[in-house]
Every structure is written in structure tokens, then in C-alpha cells.
Design a protein around this ligand. Structure first.
Ligand code: B3K
Ligand code: ZN
Length: 889
């Protein structure tokens, strides 16, 4: 165990910094076997700090201090103390210059945090606390400084030298070296610092802002990737325009740069003026990239760009406020994507993700509120709760305020806090000030963890023509929060008449009439009384997923079919289909438990048939929506509904439902497959994307039939596809529907795909993850073979995610094999990764932490792995925090 391990940081201990850093001058000299970093800091005592006498304590992690000067004079060793984590100088003047020289080793830095080497290039990742691995500093987001950075390196190997802001000097040096000096005119916290050095090519473009300024845009990549830049550049320009139009936000610097890096812990990083991207989140072309990845790239490029205002110009006071920038920025990128494509489908996909991944987090040992109270390792808090639930919280406020007031509130927020480091409270107060609403109770969304459960009971009073909705809420306990107060839940509802038309709604005589209402649920139980309701309606509840809650209402299957085909709200239509399928699934599971055959409820078949026919008969229908409507709930979502997850049952019953649907709907599915074939040149646009999605969903059903006809069709698609979406979908249809009859053909196609694409790293990552994620029992030997494959590299996070992450998170029957082999496999690699890259190790650990959800035998096996990892010497703080929280009684 390390010193820092097990130390908890609390929000309540927040103090202003004792010193401020007005100016930061860095001189970074890169060599193959070490790097020298000289930092000249203009410091002054913070009038808001502890006052005179406070020692100067700088963060600095495992730095080799070579020299330290205060106001130009060398400091003798007795004037300061150096530890593994800090540099302390007991006595310093009010205002002074501190100059340090340290030696670091990016060439050996496998954590990919701080300054490190990704194959042939140097790059940085400083958020949250990586800057302290580069130099001694006040590494906290509320210390904002002006940065000037000189980068020096060998010119032949590293012709391109980048940092934040504008280049102000460059020159040649002896021994084939050169330098470039960059100056960032905007004060920023050090987590937004970035540096890149490499043999990179630039794709250039420009953007004219709404006020007429010309911004130079650069996308830096290795030569091999020059053919994959066009799309991200287009996305960037669309995002820049959108932020001007929707939020009135214009870009501020004259240059905006993006760099693609192969080894990166997460998706991308919003460093000021110099975004660094995981190459998988920026590089794209039709031959190598799926529609899904195009969509993801567009949203991540936009997300990082949007941070320039929501994160960089207005930043976080401390890391407990992380959702201030992340929740808000996810909301911004989700709205951008909705505006660029199908709003309903985007919403369905986002909700699907939230409800499986975030709800599971909220129900597990790492549950935390959107503004957490404490952490051990901040890297563990870049979570779906901070990001996705945080975005839902912003969305609820945006909906409550309405578009004009929300825009006025964000204008106020950006104007008031520009150049400052602030809190989620500051954000909420802007919402309150502009709207005049009291958001006191609403703030519980920031402080209480856990997913509220809403139960809706309905009653029609024909005599008084009244319809009553009684809504109860209850939130289960989460670690360190045993008792929950009621949330303020905006519940959007409509009432449909027998024809599916929205009835005019009025809550009592004085209420204005409208076709849908936002019910303000604030108490444990509350009744809403709609007046003048002429007939027994079907309620359309939680429209647009108006709050991140679990909702239950005792709908009949006929009502769900009705909502699925009639509701005007895309989310409710999809959700009705999911609930209908869940009810049918439950029947199937009950039969499976008794060892009986289950014949599928024809109502589900009919509902899917109606949807498929509509797609054939109505040319203008949104086919992406159709593709979503005929998807059964995922295994993960079904598992979410169970107290004790029945791994085998879920898989078997769901597979049987898929097969029975395919048999019953063979005619419709084949017609849909044929109708959506397209040999036009590839285009990434709403309509062709939707057609591909629907066609490939149909193919995946049809492959369950195990018939030569569909093997041939999938093979044809594999061989003739002119784009990666169709090529990989055809291969996936084989991999995800394994059977003896096509095993040899599948293996042949898997190998052919690899041989064709082995020089395209991003395609190889997809190839690895397709095989690893396949929901197939007894698949571990294949996964182990992939780990030994030449394409695998434990030091590369994308490869780890593609094999270990895909297997443990997506193949439940494989990972949860009753003999515990899946758990031991993950245990082995977490132990190795703990040494190499603690952030990745702790992420990969997640599925083991959910042990409480499984049967006693699996619980014991999962816990045994957690304990085995816990017993390792030298556990990182990252892994230790997750282990200790998940083993707590
Ligand atoms: N802000 C970064 C995430 C940094 C993660 C540090 N462990 C990317 C983003 O959310 O845009
Ligand atoms: Zn972000």
C-alpha cells in the first residue's frame, strides 16, 4: 500500500488556495531517455487564503528535483522539504518567483497520465491530477495562470512541437534540435495544459466566426491516418456553428488544434486550444469506420469543443464540481447530436445507455451523487453518474425553464463566471435567478445518490369525468446515504383517447388546458386530478424520459401495444415496446425455470409485425426508430430488473425469443432486409444510416434461423459491402449467432477480415471487440487466444477495452461462467494492469464489484477475486478505492 492510498478527500474540507500563480513559464526539453522541465512561477500570497505564515506546498509526484531557486537565488536544502507527493517551503515572501528544474521519464510512463510517450510521439494528459507528474505546482482547478511554454526536441524525430495558445517563437538549435514557444492568452488551471511532440501531418481548414474572425483549424495525425481526417474536421465546424447559434458562444483563440493519439486512457481531452483525442474517437472514413463510430466521433468532437466555454472559460472550483462541466457539456453535445440527426432515436439510445450503465452504478458499491461528498482517487469519479446523470439533471432544469429562459440563464452563467472556477451551486443559482423558481428541493439531484422508483396508479371516475394519477416515489439506500428525502421529479404526461389522440388536459378549474403536462412530483405520494376527461384514457408517462427514474405502472399488454403504435412521443413508443417484451420475457423465464418450452406471446409478435409492415408501407418513416422498436431489451437491461441476476436464464430465454420472433416474422424480416439493401456509394447521412441499421437488425434476427439461405446472404453482404458498417455487421451476424452448421465458415470469415484489415489499428480493435463481446458461453479460450494474438497489447487501453472490457461487460454468460473462470481471468489482468496503468485497471474492475447482484456461489467466487487483488503488494490508489468500497459490508 502506498502512503496516499486510503486517504479520503472531503468536499467539506475545501479551502481557498494559500498562494496564487499569476504566470507560469515552462521550458520542456525532450530526450529519448529523460525529459527536463524548468518551471518559472510568479507566485503571490492569496488574500483569501490562510494568511501570512502559511507554508507554500506544491504538488509534485515522483519528480527528481535538480534545482530550486527563489527570486533568482538557489535555495539550500534546509529551506525546503521534498516528499514523494509534495514540495514544501516553510517561508516565502508575499510575492516571489520560484524556479524549479526537474527530471522526469515520460519514456517509461505507462500510466498515460502526465507526460508520456505514445509509440512515436510525446503527449500529455493532465486532467485531473497529471500536471503534478510534470512539475511542482498548485495542481488544483481553482488556481488559474497564464502559460508560456517552450518545447525543445530533436527536429528529425519531432518536427511538430505543440502547446496551448499561439506560437510566438521558434528556432534551430545545435545537435539537430529545435524549439517552439507557445503562449496562451487565457488564464487556465494546469489540468488544461497540453504538450505534443511528434512527426505529425496537419490537415488544415478554417472557420469564420459570427463576428467575422478567421480561426485556423488543424487536425494533426500520423501520415498513415491522413485519409481519416475529413469527417472530424466537418464535425468540428458544425459544432462551432451550433454553439454560436444555440448558446451564442464564439471561439476565442485564433487557432484550434486537435491531435490524434493511439494510446489514450479515455476518449479525448479538452486542453485549451489543443484538444488531444484517442484516435478511435476522431479518425474516420467509410471503409474503416462504422456508422456508430461516425456518430460517436461527431459527438465527442463537439463535446470537447463545447468545453471551451463549459469547462475552460468557466471551470470547476474543485473536483467535486466535476459535473458542472461534464454534465452540462454532455447535455450540450446530446442536444447538438439531436439537432444533427434524429432527436427521438438519439434520446432512446442515450436513455438505453443511462438505464443500463448508470442505473447499475447507482445500485452498486461505487454509487455517488452528481456532486460527490468525498473521493480517494478522483480518476475513479469520471463516471456515468457525473456525466450522463449530470446531463439529465441539466436537462430537467432546461425543460423546467423552457428554451428562452434556459438560454438567458446560461448567458448569465457564462457572463458572470467567465475566467473563474465555480461550483454547481453557482450554476443552479443562475437558473433560479432567471426563472424565479425555487430549486431548493431540486438540488437533491446533486446531493443524493440512487435512482428514484416511481409507481403510478390510475383511476378513472366516469361519473365526475375525472382521471386520477397517484404517484409515489421511493429511493433505495446507497452507501453512506441510508435515508433519502423525496426528489423534485418533473413527470411529463399525456392522456390518449381510444384513437390515440391526446386529450386536452386540465388539473382543476384554473389550470390552462394543454395536450401534455409536466407534473411536479415533490412528495412521497401525491395525487394529480385531471378534470373533464370524457373517457377512460391510456396514460402516456415520462414522455421524453423527463426524469432519470424507474417508472412502473400496471399496464396491460394491450395497452403497451397501443402505446407502441399510437403514442406521439418516440421515447414512450419505444419504452412501451421494451415493457411489453419484458413482460413476455418474464413468462419465458418462468417456463425456463421449470424446464418447460415456452411459446412466445403472439401479442409481441403482432406488435413487431405491425412495426415492420409500417416500415415497408410508409416510405417516410424513420427507419432508425423502427430498428430500435424491434430490439428486445438487452441482457444487461433485463439483468437490471432482477434482484438476483439469472445469467443463464436471461441469455437462454432472450435467445429463444429472438429465434421465435425470426421464425414468426420470417416474411416481414426478409422483405425488410431486401428493401433496405443499398448499393449506392456510402454516405453518412440520416437516411442511409437508418436503412443500414434496420437491414442489419433484420439480418441478426434472420441468422438465428441457422439456414443456408441466410448464411449465404450474410456472406454476400460481407464480401460485397462498400463500407465498414455492412461488412462488420455481416461478420457480427456470424459471430453473435454461432452454430455448428456455420462454425467453419465463421472462422474463415473472421480470419479473412483480420488479414484484410490488420494494418488498420482501429479496424483491428473492432475485430477484437466483436469476438470478445459475443454473447457466447464457454468463450473464454477464444478470448485468451486473442490476448496472445499479435494484435493485442496490454499497454494500449483501446486493446484492453476491446478484449478484456468487451468480454467482461458484454458477454454475461461467458464472464459469469459458473466455475468462476471469467472472474479469475479478470482478476489476473487487473493485477497486471494495476502496475502498468492504474486508471485502466480500476475501470476494468467494475463488473466484479457488482457481486451482490448474483447467487451465493457466484458471490463467493467474485469476492474471492476482489480479495485476491486486495492482497497484492503495491496497489494503486485507484484500484484500492474500488476494491475497498466494493468489499465493505
Ligand atoms: N475531461 C476529459 C476527461 C478527463 C478524464 C481524466 N481521468 C474528457 C471529457 O470529458 O471531455
Ligand atoms: Zn467532458
Amino acid at each position: 500500500m502506498k502512503e496516499s492510498q486510503g486517504k479520503t478527500v472531503y468536499l467539506r474540507d475545501y479551502r481557498e488556495p494559500d498562494y496564487l500563480i499569476d504566470e507560469t513559464e515552462l521550458d520542456v526539453r525532450l530526450f529519448e531517455d529523460h525529459t527536463l522541465v524548468r518551471a518559472r512561477l510568479r507566485l503571490r500570497r492569496n488574500p483569501e487564503g490562510q494568511g501570512a505564515g502559511a507554508p507554500l506546498v506544491l504538488d509534485g509526484r515522483h519528480l527528481e528535483l535538480l534545482e530550486l531557486k527563489l527570486d533568482g537565488a538557489l535555495l539550500p536544502p534546509e529551506r525546503y522539504e521534498v516528499s514523494a507527493e509534495q514540495l514544501l517551503i516553510a517561508q516565502v515572501p508575499e510575492i516571489f518567483t520560484l524556479e524549479s528544474l526537474v527530471r522526469i521519464h515520460p519514456e517509461n510512463n505507462t500510466t498515460l497520465d502526465g507526460l508520456y510517450k505514445s509509440r512515436v510521439m510525446f503527449c500529455t494528459q493532465c486532467e485531473a491530477e497529471g500536471f503534478r507528474k510534470i512539475t511542482y505546482y498548485l495542481d488544483r482547478p481553482d488556481v488559474l495562470s497564464s502559460f508560456t511554454t517552450r518545447v525543445e526536441a530533436d527536429k528529425a524525430r519531432y518536427p511538430v512541437l505543440l502547446s496551448n495558445g499561439n506560437p510566438i517563437a521558434r528556432g534551430e538549435l545545435p545537435d539537430g534540435r529545435h524549439f517552439v514557444t507557445w503562449q496562451d492568452p487565457f488564464r487556465k488551471p494546469c489540468y488544461l495544459f497540453a504538450l505534443v511532440a511528434g512527426d505529425l501531418q496537419a490537415v488544415r481548414d478554417s472557420f469564420i466566426t459570427q463576428s467575422g474572425r478567421v480561426i485556423e483549424l488543424y487536425l494533426y495525425v500520423e501520415t498513415k491516418d491522413l485519409d481519416k481526417c475529413e469527417f472530424a474536421m466537418g464535425s468540428l465546424k458544425r459544432a462551432m456553428r451550433w454553439d454560436e447559434e444555440v448558446y451564442g458562444r464564439e471561439y476565442d483563440l485564433d487557432i484550434f488544434m486537435i491531435v490524434a493519439v493511439d494510446d489514450f486512457n479515455m476518449g479525448a481531452m479538452e486542453n485549451k486550444g489543443l484538444n488531444i483525442f484517442n484516435s478511435s474517437c476522431v479518425l474516420a472514413n467509410p471503409a474503416t469506420t462504422t456508422d456508430f463510430s461516425f456518430q460517436r466521433i461527431e459527438s465527442i468532437v463537439a463535446h470537447e469543443y463545447f468545453h471551451n466555454w463549459s469547462g475552460n472559460r468557466v471551470t470547476c472550483r474543485d473536483w467535486f464540481q466535476l459535473s458542472l462541466k461534464e454534465g452540462f457539456t454532455v447535455f450540450r453535445d446530446a442536444e447538438f447530436s439531436a439537432d444533427m440527426g434524429s432527436r427521438a432515436v438519439n434520446r432512446i439510445e442515450d436513455v438505453g445507455f443511462l438505464r443500463t450503465v448508470q442505473f447499475a452504478e447507482d445500485a452498486g458499491p461505487m454509487a455517488h451523487s452528481v456532486r460527490p461528498e468525498s473521493y480517494m482517487e478522483i480518476s475513479n469519479f469520471y463516471t456515468v453518474t457525473i456525466y450522463e446523470k449530470g446531463s439529465e439533471v441539466v436537462r430537467m432544469m432546461a425543460n423546467l425553464l423552457g428554451p428562452q429562459k434556459f438560454r438567458a440563464a446560461t448567458d448569465l452563467y457564462f457572463a458572470r463566471f467567465d475566467g473563474q472556477a465555480v461550483t454547481t451551486e453557482d450554476f443552479v443559482r443562475c437558473m433560479e435567478e432567471i426563472s424565479g423558481m425555487d430549486l431548493t428541493q431540486f438540488r437533491r439531484w446533486y446531493t443524493q445518490a440512487g435512482t428514484p422508483r416511481l409507481t403510478v396508479k390510475r383511476e378513472y371516475d366516469a361519473k365526475n369525468r375525472e382521471y386520477l394519477l397517484t404517484v409515489s416515489q421511493e429511493t433505495p439506500a446507497t452507501p453512506r446515504q441510508p435515508h433519502k428525502e423525496p426528489f423534485f421529479i418533473p413527470l411529463t404526461v399525456a392522456l390518449l383517447d381510444a384513437k390515440g389522440k391526446e386529450l386536452p388536459l386540465q388539473l382543476g378549474g384554473n389550470d390552462t388546458v394543454s395536450s401534455s403536462k409536466v407534473l411536479q412530483v415533490t412528495e412521497a405520494t401525491q395525487t394529480f386530478r385531471f378534470t373533464n376527461i370524457p373517457e377512460q384514457p391510456v396514460p402516456s408517462l415520462l414522455r421524453g424520459f423527463s426524469a432519470p427514474v424507474k417508472l412502473s405502472c400496471d399496464f396491460s399488454r394491450e395497452e403497451l401495444m397501443f402505446l407502441m403504435s399510437h403514442d406521439g412521443d418516440g421515447f414512450v413508443r419505444w419504452e412501451a415496446g421494451q415493457q411489453l417484451a419484458l413482460q413476455v420475457f418474464d413468462d419465458g423465464l418462468a417456463a425456463w425455470r421449470e424446464g418447460k418450452e415456452y411459446a412466445i406471446d403472439q401479442r409481441l409478435v403482432q406488435a413487431y409485425r405491425d412495426v415492420l409492415r409500417a416500415s415497408l408501407e410508409q416510405p417516410d418513416i424513420d427507419k432508425a426508430m423502427i430498428a430500435n422498436l424491434i430490439l428486445l431489451p438487452s441482457e444487461a437491461y433485463i439483468a437490471e430488473q432482477m434482484t438476483v441476476v439469472e445469467v443463464e436464464g436471461i441469455h437462454r430465454v432472450r435467445e429463444s425469443l429472438r429465434r421465435q420472433l425470426a421464425q414468426a416474422l420470417l416474411g416481414e424480416l426478409s422483405a425488410v432486409y431486401q428493401a433496405n439493401l443499398n448499393d449506392a456509394p456510402y454516405e453518412y447521412a440520416a437516411e442511409p444510416v437508418a436503412k443500414r441499421a434496420l437491414k442489419n437488425t433484420a439480418l441478426n434476427y434472420l441468422m438465428t434461423l441457422q439456414s443456408p439461405e441466410w448464411f449465404a446472404a450474410a456472406r454476400r453482404q460481407f464480401e460485397q459491402a462498400n463500407n465498414m458498417t455492412d461488412e462488420s455487421a455481416a461478420l457480427r451476424a456470424f459471430i453473435n449467432n454461432p452454430c455448428a452448421a456455420n462454425a467453419a465458415l465463421r472462422d474463415e470469415l473472421v480470419e479473412r477480415f483480420y488479414q484484410k484489415w490488420k494494418h488498420e489499428t482501429l479496424v483491428v480493435e473492432q475485430w477484437l471487440s466483436m469476438q470478445s463481446a459475443a454473447p457466447v458461453a464457454d468463450n473464454l479460450p477464444r478470448i485468451q487466444a486473442l490476448i496472445r494474438h499479435e494484435a493485442f497489447d496490454l499497454r494500449n487501453p483501446n486493446k484492453v477495452r476491446s478484449v478484456i472490457g468487451a468480454f467482461c461487460n458484454s458477454n454475461a454468460v461467458g464472464f459469469h461462467a459458473a466455475d468462476g473462470s471469467g472472474y479469475a481471468f479478470l482478476g489476473d489482468y487487473v493485477i497486471e494492469l494495476n502496475q502498468l496503468n492504474p486508471q485502466i485497471a480500476s475501470r476494468q474492475l467494475t463488473p466484479l464489484t457488482r457481486w451482490r447482484r448474483y447467487d451465493a456461489a457466484r458471490q463467493a467466487l467474485m469476492k474471492a477475486q476482489l480479495q485476491r487483488i486486495m492482497a497484492q503488494p503495491e496497489l494503486s490508489a485507484d484500484v484500492y478505492e474500488v476494491l475497498s468500497k466494493s468489499l465493505q459490508e
